[in-house]
Each structure stands twice: as structure tokens, then as C-alpha cells.
Design a protein around this ligand. Structure first.
Ligand SMILES: *[C@@H]1O[C@H](CO)[C@@H](O)[C@H](O)[C@H]1NC(C)=O
Ligand SMILES: *[C@@H]1O[C@H](CO)[C@@H](O)[C@H](O)[C@H]1NC(C)=O
Ligand SMILES: *[C@@H]1O[C@H](CO)[C@@H](O)[C@H](O)[C@H]1NC(C)=O
Ligand SMILES: *[C@@H]1O[C@H](CO)[C@@H](O)[C@H](O)[C@H]1NC(C)=O
Ligand SMILES: *[C@@H]1O[C@H](CO)[C@@H](O)[C@H](O)[C@H]1NC(C)=O
Ligand SMILES: *[C@@H]1O[C@H](CO)[C@@H](O)[C@H](O)[C@H]1NC(C)=O
Ligand SMILES: *[C@@H]1O[C@H](CO)[C@@H](O)[C@H](O)[C@H]1NC(C)=O
Ligand SMILES: *[C@@H]1O[C@H](CO)[C@@H](O)[C@H](O)[C@H]1NC(C)=O
Length: 472
């Protein structure tokens, strides 16, 4: 009975609220100004923004009273009309109690960095990713305050360098400036951000060596500096992250020198990407201790033998392509992985008979690249055990089998068997592929109808029919 009364009174309260609630006049004015700065809203994100109860509007949250505490509007990347055009009105500064501003994936929001955020004393979370904001990051960006927890500006068009005053944002746990047009050096002041767990600066144009700042950032779990122009060596101070770092991504830079052996002591490393740099020398023996690594990409460097035996429980994706390795065979720790889905060992000096390669698991495979090795035999027993394979590349080997007997999963889109010793005829099943290269083999017979150009078939024994010359 008691609870029923309570329930009824709550219900009346709820109804009263719904009919008569009015949000704070400043917040109402700020949000209406924001709405008027939006020039196009094809998916109707702001359709509910009318009346005086702004706390009930879509994307608006008021935690305890009539003050707005967060504004959350995200576009839908999968919908062509899931965007907003316009600018972010500075009148949002009237939302005095705002702790989170989430304007993400709206794609068509333009303007400069919102410096009016400086005036908001409770601001903790700023997520402005995937819009079209532009111009330099303001030199006084440190005025956002020591209370700020997350600053995410990824996927915009910000230019210029990272302001030194960023070092004043000592409360930050996540800093994401990825996917902008940012130039200049990696600022030393980032070392003052002792609470950082995620630092994402990838896909910019940062250059010069990465400074020795990591000994003060003890909780870093994600470090992504890939796709920049960093030069020099991997800084020694990264060794102080050995018990926390899970993702270390330094690919697509101009880093050089040897891979430091301390990386082998990183007990929690999940993903290591050092690809597309200028690393030389052997992979440290200590890598045998990376028992928990799932994703390892060392491709496109100048690394040399010997490759350590890894004691990994299960690798998911591995790319060692285009170094100076002479592996001889596919390593056992790869063959035995119960969860591998991507294997790229192009130009790794592998000399096996593929017919006899019996990987423990083939079910999850979606990509295999064994190009430019000395592999003989047949891929038939491998490919007929895959269910989700999308790509198989084995150009420049000594594969010798009847292509007419090759069966592959319906998921396959990309097949490259060029420069091998493949014989027989071309099966009709290749017509469903998106990419195909069968050039320079020993194939024969009439081609099935496909959309592929002659270059996919040239240099065979006696293939004929469109797009090659007609059969005699
Ligand atoms: C006002 O918003 C409500 C939803 O909150 C909606 O049903 C209604 O159509 C809107 N009215 C106008 C005039 O846009
Ligand atoms: C973005 O806005 C511009 C005008 O500001 C408009 O021409 C364009 O169609 C919009 N595009 C998308 C995807 O929103
Ligand atoms: C860093 O995090 C700790 C623990 O969460 C917290 O006590 C401290 O205030 C934070 N430092 C800053 C500068 O916010
Ligand atoms: C790191 O950056 C690359 C692009 O440079 C991206 O593909 C990758 O997903 C990023 N990693 C994480 C953990 O965000
Ligand atoms: C590697 O070094 C060579 C010569 O020092 C240079 O020409 C090349 O651009 C570098 N490659 C990368 C990816 O930095
Ligand atoms: C692996 O780690 C253990 C314990 O930390 C250490 O004793 C051993 O030397 C390491 N192995 C290699 C090859 O570094
Ligand atoms: C590869 O192995 C198969 C099966 O053992 C065998 O029939 C074939 O002759 C071998 N091919 C080469 C080139 O050794
Ligand atoms: C796969 O190919 C091998 C060798 O040709 C054959 O023995 C096996 O039956 C095939 N398996 C399936 C599922 O087609």
C-alpha cells in the first residue's frame, strides 16, 4: 500500500513535470542559439527542440535540477543524411553547468576551435570528433582548465602545431587529436599530463624525433602516433610503460635504428605496429616473452634474421612482409594459433610445400598473403578449409596445381596467383571476384566471361577468348 502511494505520487510528479517544466532561461537561450546556428538538419536531430522544457529535448540532459549538464548529438555515418551543417554557437557558453559536450560524426559542422568553452567551470568531457572544424588550435588552449578529463578533436581539419599550453590540462586522461592537419613537433609538455591513459596523435604531419617524455606518464594504455613524419629512434623512456601499455602504434613514420629489446618486457602489450619505417637489425630475442600479443605488424622495414620463437598463446594478425627475413617455413607459433585471421608473410624467404602446411585453425581466416616466396605445391587443401576468406595472395611463388579444381569460399573478393606454375583452365567461379590476377602461369583453354582486363590473364600457355584474342 505504502509503495502504491509512493508510486502514484511519483507518477503525479512526473506528469506535473512533463506539463509545466521549464528549463533554466540561460540554457534555453543557449540551446536555441545553437539551433539557429544549424543550417541543415536532414535527419531531424533537432526536431524535438521546441517549447520551454529544454531538458526533454533530444540529446540534452539535465542531471538534478533545471540546468543542462550535457549535450550529446552524434551523426550516423552509415546514413547519407545523418549529418548537421552549420556552426557551433558561442552562446552554448550560457550552459553554465555543462560537464559534457558531445558533438560527434556530424560531418558538416564548420568553424574554429570553440574558445568559449574556457568559461565553463564544470567541463569534463569534450568530444568534437569527425566534423569539419578548422584553423589552428588556440595557443591558450590550456585555459580549458585542470578539471578537463577528455579532449577529443579527432577527424577535423585543425592546422598548426600543438600549443605548449596543452601541458596545463593536467586532469586529462584522454587526448585525441588524430586525423587532423597538425604539423610541428611532439610537445614536451605532454609529459606533464600524468593521468593520461590514451594519447592518439595518428594521421597528422608531426615530425622530428619523439621526445623522452614517457617516464612521467605511468598509466598510458594507448599510444598511437602512426601516419606522421616522426624520425629518430623509439624513445628509451617508453620502457617505463612496460606494465600498462596495451597498444603501441608507430607505423608509417620515418623511425630508424634497432627495435629496442625492452619492448619484449611489455607484459600487457596487445598490439604492436612498427610497420612502414626504417627499422634495421634483428627482432630482439626478448620478443619471445610477448605472450599476450594479438596483433604484430613489423612489415616494410629492413629487419633481418634470426626471428625469435614467440611463446604467444594465439596470434590474431601478423604481418612480417617486406623485410630481409629468411624464415624458411611458416613459424609453428603461427601454424598453431587457434584464433588467427590475418597472415601476411610476403617476401619472408619461405620455402615450403603448401600442400603439406596444416594450420590448426583456418575457420577465422580473412586474409592470407604469401607473395614473393619460394612456396611450391597447392593452396587447394588450405583454401577449402576457410569460410570467411576475403583475400588470398601468393604471387611470385612456385605453386603448381590445377586451377580448375580450386574451390574457395563465396566471401573471397581478391585472388592473386600471378607468376606461379598454375595449370588447367580458369573456372567460372572467378567471375564473382573483385580483384583477380592469374597472369604468367601455365593456364590453358577458353576464358569464362568476367569483367577483368587482359592484364589479369596475359603470359599463360594457351588461354584464349575475350579479353584475350579469340580461341582458334
Ligand atoms: C515539438 O517536439 C515534439 C517532440 O518533443 C514533436 O512531437 C512536435 O512535433 C514538435 N513540434 C514542432 C512544432 O516542431
Ligand atoms: C555540407 O555543407 C555544404 C554547405 O555548407 C553543402 O554544400 C554540402 O552539401 C553539405 N554536405 C554534406 C555531406 O553535408
Ligand atoms: C590524477 O588522477 C588521480 C587519481 O584518479 C587523481 O587523484 C588526481 O587528482 C588526478 N590529477 C589531476 C591533475 O587531475
Ligand atoms: C591507430 O592509428 C591507425 C591509423 O594511423 C588506425 O588504423 C588504428 O586503428 C589506430 N589504433 C587505435 C587503437 O585506435
Ligand atoms: C628510409 O631511409 C632511406 C635512406 O636513409 C630513405 O630514403 C627512406 O625515405 C626512408 N624510408 C622511410 C619510410 O622513412
Ligand atoms: C623473459 O622473461 C623472463 C622473466 O622476466 C626472463 O627471465 C627472461 O630472460 C626473458 N626472456 C628473454 C628471451 O628475454
Ligand atoms: C608437395 O606435396 C605433395 C603432397 O605431399 C606432393 O604430392 C607434391 O609432389 C609436392 N610438391 C612438390 C613440388 O614437392
Ligand atoms: C579439401 O581438399 C582436400 C585435398 O584436395 C580434400 O581431401 C578434402 O576433402 C577437401 N575438403 C573439402 C571440405 O572440400
Amino acid at each position: 500500500m505504502k509503495s502504491l502511494i509512493l508510486f502514484l505520487s511519483l507518477l503525479t510528479l512526473q506528469c506535473l513535470r512533463a506539463t509545466s517544466r521549464v528549463c533554466h532561461v540561460d540554457d534555453l537561450a543557449g540551446l536555441l542559439a545553437f539551433k539557429s546556428g544549424i543550417t541543415d538538419d536532414p535527419s531531424g536531430l533537432l526536431d524535438s527542440w521546441n517549447g520551454t522544457d529544454c531538458c526533454s529535448w533530444f540529446g540534452v540532459t539535465c542531471l538534478s535540477n533545471d540546468r543542462v549538464t550535457s549535450l550529446w548529438l552524434t551523426g550516423q555515418p552509415e546514413r547519407p543524411d545523418g549529418y548537421l551543417s552549420g556552426t557551433i554557437s558561442p552562446s552554448l557558453a550560457k550552459l553554465r553547468d555543462l560537464d559534457g559536450l558531445y558533438l560527434m560524426n556530424l560531418r558538416n559542422i564548420t568553424g574554429k576551435f570553440p574558445v568559449w568553452l574556457y568559461g565553463l567551470p564544470s567541463l569534463l568531457f569534450v568530444y568534437l570528433g569527425n566534423n569539419r572544424l578548422s584553423g589552428p588550435l588556440p595557443v591558450d588552449i590550456g585555459k580549458l582548465g585542470t578539471q578537463l578529463d577528455v579532449l577529443s578533436l579527432a577527424g577535423n581539419r585543425f592546422t598548426g602545431s600543438i600549443p605548449a599550453s596543452l601541458s596545463q590540462l593536467t586532469g586529462l586522461t584522454q587526448l585525441n587529436l588524430a586525423g587532423n592537419l597538425i604539423t610541428g613537433k611532439f610537445p614536451i609538455g605532454i609529459g606533464s599530463l600524468r593521468n593520461l591513459t590514451q594519447l592518439q596523435l595518428h594521421n597528422n604531419q608531426l615530425s622530428q624525433p619523439i621526445p623522452e617524455i614517457f617516464s612521467s606518464i605511468h598509466q598510458l594504455r594507448f599510444l598511437n602516433l602512426s601516419h606522421n613524419k616522426f624520425s629518430g629512434k623509439i624513445p628509451n623512456s617508453i620502457s617505463s610503460l612496460s606494465s600498462t601499455l596495451a597498444f603501441l602504434e608507430l607505423g608509417h613514420n620515418s623511425l630508424a635504428g634497432q627495435i629496442p629489446s625492452f619492448l619484449g618486457n611489455f607484459q600487457t602489450l596487445d598490439t604492436l605496429d612498427l610497420s612502414h619505417n626504417n627499422f634495421t637489425g634483428p627482432v630482439p630475442k626478448t620478443f619471445s616473452n610477448l605472450t599476450k600479443i594479438f596483433n604484430l605488424d613489423l612489415s616494410h622495414n629492413s629487419l633481418s634474421d634470426p626471428f625469435p620463437v614467440m611463446n604467444v598463446k594465439g596470434i590474431e594478425s601478423l604481418d612480417l612482409s617486406n623485410n630481409n627475413f629468411h624464415l624458411g617455413k611458416i613459424p609453428n607459433w603461427v601454424t598453431l594459433s587457434p584464433i588467427i585471421y590475418s597472415l601476411k608473410l610476403a617476401k619472408c624467404g619461405i620455402k615450403i610445400n603448401l600442400t603439406n602446411w596444416k594450420p590448426k585453425e583456418t575457420y577465422f581466416y580473412d586474409f592470407i598473403d604469401l607473395s614473393e616466396n619460394q612456396i611450391s605445391g597447392s593452396p587447394i587443401p588450405l583454401l577449402n578449409r576457410t569460410e570467411y576468406l576475403v583475400g588470398f595472395r601468393a604471387a611470385g611463388n612456385r605453386l603448381s596445381f590445377d586451377l580448375g579444381k580450386l574451390k574457395f569460399a563465396g566471401t573471397v573478393k581478391d585472388l592473386d596467383l600471378s607468376r606461379n606454375l598454375v595449370f588447367g583452365g580458369v573456372p567460372n567461379s572467378v567471375a564473382g571476384l573483385e580483384k583477380l590476377d592469374l597472369s604468367r602461369n601455365s593456364l590453358c583453354g577458353k576464358l569464362p566471361p568476367t569483367k577483368f582486363p587482359a592484364s589479369a590473364f596475359v603470359g599463360n600457355k594457351c588461354l584464349c577468348g575475350s579479353p584475350l584474342p579469340a580461341c582458334k
